[in-house]
Design a protein around this ligand. Structure first.
Ligand code: ADP
Ligand code: ZN
Ligand code: ZN
Length: 839
């Protein structure tokens, strides 16, 4: 309808929406209401990023969660300062997902936002320094010292610099006092500058002057002109190698990357001359950090049993939202995923493939890349902020309709998912421990799929009890693959009895005879060996033989691990480290011995036993940098290593055809999991690491070293009958009220004073006992590790009836109880860490 006032609409029809509720990345359990300046109203969309003032000083990036016309009751709404997005960065489905996650995992929506948005999409504020325009060195009444003068010199040539750059200039760490003194002397100003974290990648391109490119005769003339100037001619020729003459008029527009043009020792000055003479021109473009790549090969055709499984999965999806694909190690689950993905992409929907860890992704990602090229986005924690933003934006723009990623990729801005695949769905690394949201990515993926009306395919050789139980109840579909692909057979197991070998004097450097023999055999045949030990460092303990002293962390109640290479004692819980002592700090004795074996020491042991073998090691300490995993796996894949020693990083997903021997250094260690899941975990871990052996023609050999070969779990793993194992264990789970028969919530109460922590935990306990739902409340007990980073820990475990709203009601009450406790002055600094579905 035409407005009575023509263009000047004094009473806009949508004057309803004057306020927006904004999600901010702060740990406060609500959204915040801001007013929408009139000029911004047309730009305000649900899911757009905005900048707002928070508190007195802070400027934060927020997401619009709701628009409405209700002014806040308790305070005057501040205006939104700026709208960052023309198109929203976050869609309504995501906001729905965040709301669900905050409720389910008992945290704040701001914490979910913080986890979800790549930090490159948030603004950062940085302290900057500039000259005070009113300052004059000559007339200043304050004397300046050398370092101060140096800073002023630098500032004279630059309008502003960051704290960091100031530090670089002075090459010292503590710049604060010097800058403060300069502020006092009225020489400089310090201010906060808010800026986008994401910086696009800019490339300098060179192209021929379009008039020359469009005209063959002109080009000919140019050639004649440069014929005597060999360097200029070489640059021109190199340009035409990339932009062929025939296509010149059209492809010239994009030009050629300057760095590429100058690569082989060409002089920049020749290029400059060409530009000066208006033969070439230089311009800048924004380019993708993730380059375009074409697919290299067709997907493999499925074997008969793979094809049957594939059809079966599709058929089950007709009636079930989720299907569990239970396929033994080496059965070729990946090829089935590829077929599923192709089919869903062809139907126009998006696909997400979740992988538990980066170590695993390197091999599978390169396999998928071959089939999907750069239509596939990859999203993981070792990507830079900028790269992550480009994957995020690639999903938004439709460049990536298929993404492979670790658990945080469930937060990408998909708007029409058709399928989520969770590979190795039993993996405990799908659970985020810290910080909040403490979410289980597999379970969250099922919820996310539900919001999209999509399907979830869970794949594993050793399913989680939760998923297998759901399948046995008919809640999930279930499809099995019982044989390895091709002619590969399942590996053969050997239990190597450490105690027996010791009695018979067969033990050499903690290595059983059979393990030594099998390694020797493999080396002789130029086959490869994996050795698994779930302990990094040199040895778990260093102990005084005279008084029994062991190194303890000063901040945690755990012993320190000895790292030989760096000659340090380190805490694996808080990162504390100290130089390893040469004599006992308690009694002065020099008789210090190391006890137990970490990967570092095993590597050393093996190099003594097999001096001719090339040995590598893969653990947290050797893979800290971005390409650490890739480098080691490439070396191993290329056959430059004979033996690879590693922690759980080597147990998953790896597919190397020449690995025939897998040694499990200390099987008993795997069983010592302080939890009701010990059996499940041990079964999974041993089966998975064993599954790396003999994946082609030669049968694999798996050697498990143990002090107790009679432990029933070994027999069960060797038999490989998952169903029998499950039935045996599930019985205890039911009897003792554990998942999947109840829902667990674990609450850790933390404080630096153990008395305060204990009192708060007891108060919490009494509060919870009153909650009117069917439940069992255990604890509070001292944590398994009573103190971490100087915080005392008390743990309560709550077992909730599985009836659908028990947990919901429980959490509502729990919220009130913890808020009330935290409002008491004595508990103000107590932390209650709530972990829903702990694992
Ligand atoms: P899983 O993930 O089930 O342990 P993989 O998917 O790694 O097994 O497959 C095991 C090996 O068999 C891989 O080397 C894979 O390339 C090969 N493979 C599986 N299916 C096929 C197929 N249909 N055609 C060719 N090779 C296959
Ligand atoms: Zn001593
Ligand atoms: Zn510590």
């Amino acid at each position: 309808m035409e407005s009575l006032f023509g263009d000047q609409d004094l009473f806009p029809a949508d004057s309803g929406n004057n306020f927006a509720d904004i999600i901010l990345p702060v740990p406060i359990p609500r959204m915040f209401t801001y007013s929408i300046p009139y000029s911004m109203q047309p730009e305000i969309n649900l899911g757009s990023r905005v900048i707002v003032q928070f508190g007195k000083k802070k400027v934060l990036t927020g997401i619009i969660g709701k628009v409405h016309n209700k002014p806040p009751q308790a305070y005057q709404a501040k205006p939104i300062l700026e709208v960052l997005d023309e198109q929203p960065s976050v869609n309504p489905l995501q906001i729905r997902f965040w709301v669900w996650m905050a409720k389910y995992y008992f945290c704040h929506i701001g914490e979910v936002m913080h986890a979800a948005l790549p930090s490159g999409l948030r603004l950062s504020s940085e302290s900057k320094v500039q000259l005070n325009p009113n300052f004059d060195r000559e007339t200043s009444k304050y004397p300046l010292d050398d370092r101060e003068i140096l800073i002023l010199d630098v500032l004279e040539s630059k309008p502003e610099i960051s704290y960091e750059d100031c530090e670089k200039v002075l090459a010292i760490k503590s710049i604060h006092p010097i800058l403060k003194s300069l502020v006092k002397k009225e020489a400089i100003l310090i201010f906060e500058k808010v800026q986008e974290k994401y910086t696009p990648k800019v490339e300098t391109r060179i192209r021929l002057n379009p008039e020359i490119a469009a005209n063959k005769n002109a080009l000919q003339t140019v050639f004649e002109a440069v014929a005597t100037k060999a360097k200029q001619e070489s640059i021109l020729l190199k340009y035409l190698r990339d932009v062929p003459v025939m296509k010149l008029p059209k492809s010239n527009a994009y030009g050629v990357d300057k760095a590429r043009l100058l690569e082989e020792g060409d002089s920049e000055s020749s290029l400059k001359t060409l530009i000066k003479n208006e033969i070439f021109e230089s311009f800048k473009v924004v380019v993708n950090r993730i380059p375009e790549e074409e697919p290299e090969s067709e997907p493999a055709s499925l074997s008969t049993s793979q094809q049957a499984a594939f059809e079966e999965i599709k058929q089950q999806f007709e009636s079930k939202q989720s299907v569990l694909l239970h396929g033994v190690t080496g059965s070729g689950k990946t090829e089935i995923y590829i077929q599923m993905i192709l089919e869903v992409l062809n139907s126009g929907s998006q696909v997400l493939l979740l992988l538990p860890e980066i170590a695993l992704t390197t091999q599978i990602v390169s396999r998928l890349k071959k089939v999907f090229g750069s239509k596939m986005g990859v999203y993981h924690s070792k990507y830079s902020d900028n790269e992550r933003v480009e994957v995020w934006n690639g999903v938004l723009s439709g460049r990536f309709s298929f993404v492979v990623g670790v658990r945080s990729s469930i937060f990408l801005p998909f708007d029409s998912l058709g399928l989520i695949i969770v590979d190795e769905e039993h993996e405990s690394s799908y659970k985020q421990f810290d910080p909040a949201p403490r979410f289980q990515a597999r379970d969250s993926a099922i919820m996310l799929a539900y919001f999209h009306q999509a399907r979830t395919l869970l794949g594993s050789a050793t399913p989680s009890f939760e998923s297998y139980f759901n399948a046995s109840q008919g809640k999930f579909g279930y499809v099995e693959l019982t044989h390895r692909f091709g002619d590969a057979s399942m590996p053969q197991f050997h239990l190597a009895d450490l105690a027996a070998d010791k009695r018979k004097n067969l033990l050499k450097l903690d290595t059983t005879r059979i393990l030594r023999e099998k390694i020797q055999d493999a080396l002789a045949k130029q086959e490869q060996v994996l050795i698994f030990q779930n302990r990094r460092g040199y040895s778990p303990y260093i102990q005084c033989e005279d008084c029994g002293w062991t190194g303890q962390c000063v901040q945690c109640d755990v012993s320190l691990t000895y790292h030989q290479f760096s000659e340090e004692l380190r805490c694996h819980y808080c990162g504390y480290k100290e130089k390893s002592p040469s004599s006992c700090p308690a009694c002065g004795s020099t008789q210090l011995t190391t006890m137990g074996m970490g990967t570092e020491r095993i590597e050393e042991t093996l190099s003594l036993l097999f001096p001719e073998a090339r040995i590598g090691r893969m653990d947290l300490d050797t893979t800290r940098n971005k390409h650490g995993y890739q480098r080691i796996l490439d070396e191993f894949g290329a056959g430059n290593l004979d033996i690879l020693v590693g922690t759980q990083m080597i147990t998953k997903g790896l597919d190397f055809g020449r690995v025939t021997v897998v040694g499990i250094w200390d099987g008993d260690r795997i069983l010592n999991f302080p939890d009701f899941r010990a059996g499940e975990r041990a079964y999974q871990q041993i089966t998975q690491v064993a599954g790396r052996a003999g994946r082609r023609e030669a049968q694999g050999q798996v050697i498990v070293q143990t002090r107790d070969p009679e432990t029933p779990i070994y027999a069960q793993v060797i038999k490989g009958d998952y169903f029998e194992f499950f039935n045996h264990e599930i019985h205890d789970r039911k009897k003792f009220y554990y998942p999947p028969f109840v829902k667990l919530v674990k609450i850790t109460t933390r404080h630096t004073d153990y008395k305060v922590a204990e009192k708060a935990a007891l108060n919490l306990h009494h509060g919870m006992a009153e909650i009117p739902v069917k439940k069992i409340v255990l604890g509070p007990e001292k944590g398994i590790i009573a103190r971490i980073k100087n915080q005392y820990q008390y743990e309560s475990l709550i077992k909730l009836d599985r009836a659908s709203n028990t947990a919901v009601v429980f959490k509502e009450y729990l919220w009130k109880i913890t808020e009330e406790l935290k409002s008491r002055p004595e508990f103000r600094s107590v932390r209650f860490v709530v972990d829903v579905d702990p694992s």
